[in-house]
Design a protein around this ligand. Structure first.
Ligand code: GDP
Ligand code: IMO
Ligand code: MG
Length: 423
């Protein structure tokens, strides 16, 4: 049995949550492998929109098992809020959600450190979601973090206090006043641990291995996007985890031989929240149109997303690194009444043409565009590939030929039902 990986190929918010929800019926298990509450995965069905941050997007399918893997960082407060929302809907997540004992915990002070560090960076700030992601992964790699398994140990409080003191010391160095915010945050955090402790904590690597031996089908769900990867994004304008396909193996403890399909989610244009290079960014009315029609406002922070044309240079880079076998193309419906649609097919870096992404952030990238005809038809009601306008099919074929990768899924709206599978 193989494990399929589903992940974003741009700067996040490609529509991963929606597609995971749609393909979950094909799997027995959905397992998140990295990131934390910086993620906001939206999905819609029966006229209701849901946003998940830490919980895998297969949770609405009651009979499927969902796992929060070791690579994820958990904020117990956000976790509790998400659980409460699910329970209100009549779900019983304690039945089908398991959590890796090795997942790290985001402490209140991690969030304050995130804010303090961002403030210190001034104009060079990353635009972090301020959910404590960077500081928590920093403690993980510094080998001083708190893990889910610590919740059940006798010296949990001692470990917590030790780390708390270290964090306070750093906050003081940043001249960050935590006296007003921290006490309340700590109270809420400690209360929320009650909810977290109700869930079954597992050695997820063993459990997943057993599942595979039993022939169960597993989907690994990524967060953020390949271009925000710690190694391969435009460092330092990245997140603090491995968002690429390889991250699924470390984030779940899997043997790479089990790799099956790699489903890469691609938005038909590009968006980015936070700072960092964005070669095809639009600062004009077209960018505004994409933002308005596409409702491009962060699912986690509400921030307006920067918008621009599809960048095929960056996409090819992501396809190469992730070993993508299938693309799911989302949100082309947003451009339904566009006269023409541009795609970036090369960069001019310091005046020289290239099809590679530069590592340095201080170089000037000029995108080279190819202009394609718009389909000028509402595609959001199409239910089959045959129903799609020929001009849109030509656009799909253009991307497939340019990237050498098949577009197997076409999403034409936020709802579950607005999804077209080819073949
Ligand atoms: P994720 O982080 O990759 O799960 O994506 P987000 O949920 O942050 O952002 C994607 C947004 O686009 C959400 O509001 C989705 O409901 C919406 N969405 C997903 N697929 C489509 C689509 O094909 N068309 C339209 N119009 N909206 C979509
Ligand atoms: P999903 O899973 C879009 C961005 C932030 C910031 C940078 C670092 O919904 O696609 P962090 O909080 O991780 O330290 O922020 O990464 N970022 C995202 N952008 N979608 C996300 O998740 C993101 N998670 C982090 O805006 O630029
Ligand atoms: Mg999102």
């Amino acid at each position: 049995m193989k494990i399929d990986i589903l992940l974003g190929l741009q700067w996040g918010d490609e529509g991963k949550g929606k597609i995971v929800d749609v393909v979950t019926p094909d799997y027995d298990v959905v397992a998140r492998f990295q990131g934390g509450p910086n993620a906001g995965h939206s999905l819609e069905f029966n006229g209701i929109r849901h946003v998940l941050h830490i919980i895998p997007s297969g949770i609405f399918h009651k009979e499927k098992t969902n796992i929060i893997g070791n690579g994820v960082v958990i904020d117990p407060i956000t976790f509790e809020e998400e659980i409460n929302a699910l329970v209100k809907m009549g779900l019983t997540p304690t039945d089908n959600l398991l959590i890796s004992k090795k997942a790290h915990l985001i402490m209140p002070t991690h969030k304050l450190l995130d804010a303090a560090q961002e403030a210190k960076k001034g104009a060079g700030k990353i635009g972090s979601t301020l959910k404590g992601i960077g500081p928590t992964y920093t403690d993980k790699t510094a080998r001083s973090g708190l893990r889910v398994c610590d919740l059940y140990s006798d010296n949990f409080e001692e470990k917590y206090q030790h780390l708390l003191e270290l964090h306070k010391e750093t906050l003081r160095q940043y001249q960050y006043d935590y006296s007003e915010t921290l006490p309340e945050l700590e109270t809420r955090w400690k209360q929320s641990l009650v909810t977290l402790r109700k869930f079954k904590a597992i050695d997820s690597e063993y459990v997943l291995y057993e599942y595979l031996q039993e022939g169960r089908r597993i989907l690994a769900e990524g967060a953020q996007g390949t271009l925000l990867d710690l190694e391969f994004g435009a460092y330092p304008f990245v997140t603090s985890s491995n968002t690429i396909a390889a991250g699924a193996f470390t984030g779940l403890g899997l043997d790479p031989h089990f790799a099956g399909k790699v489903i890469g989610i691609v938005k038909a244009y590009c968006t980015r929240v936070g700072s960092g290079p964005f070669p095809t960014e639009l600062f004009d009315e077209t960018g505004e149109r994409l933002r308005t029609i596409g409702n491009e406002f962060g699912a986690t922070t509400g921030r307006p997303r920067r918008c621009g044309w599809l960048d095929l240079v960056a996409l090819k880079y992501a396809l190469m690194i992730d070993g993508v076998t299938d693309i799911a193309l989302t949100k082309a419906d947003v451009m339904s009444d566009f006269e023409t649609i541009k795609v970036c097919t090369a960069y001019k870096v310091n005046g020289e043409l290239t099809n590679r992404m530069p590592t340095e952030n201080d170089v000037k990238i000029e995108p080279v565009f190819t202009e394609l005809p718009g389909w000028k038809e509402d595609i959001s009601k199409c239910q089959s590939y045959a129903e799609l306008p020929q001009v849109f099919k030509d656009y799909i074929r253009y991307i497939e030929e340019f990237t050498g990768t098949k577009i197997s899924i076409v999403s034409v709206g936020p709802d579950r039902t607005a999804t077209i599978f080819r073949d």
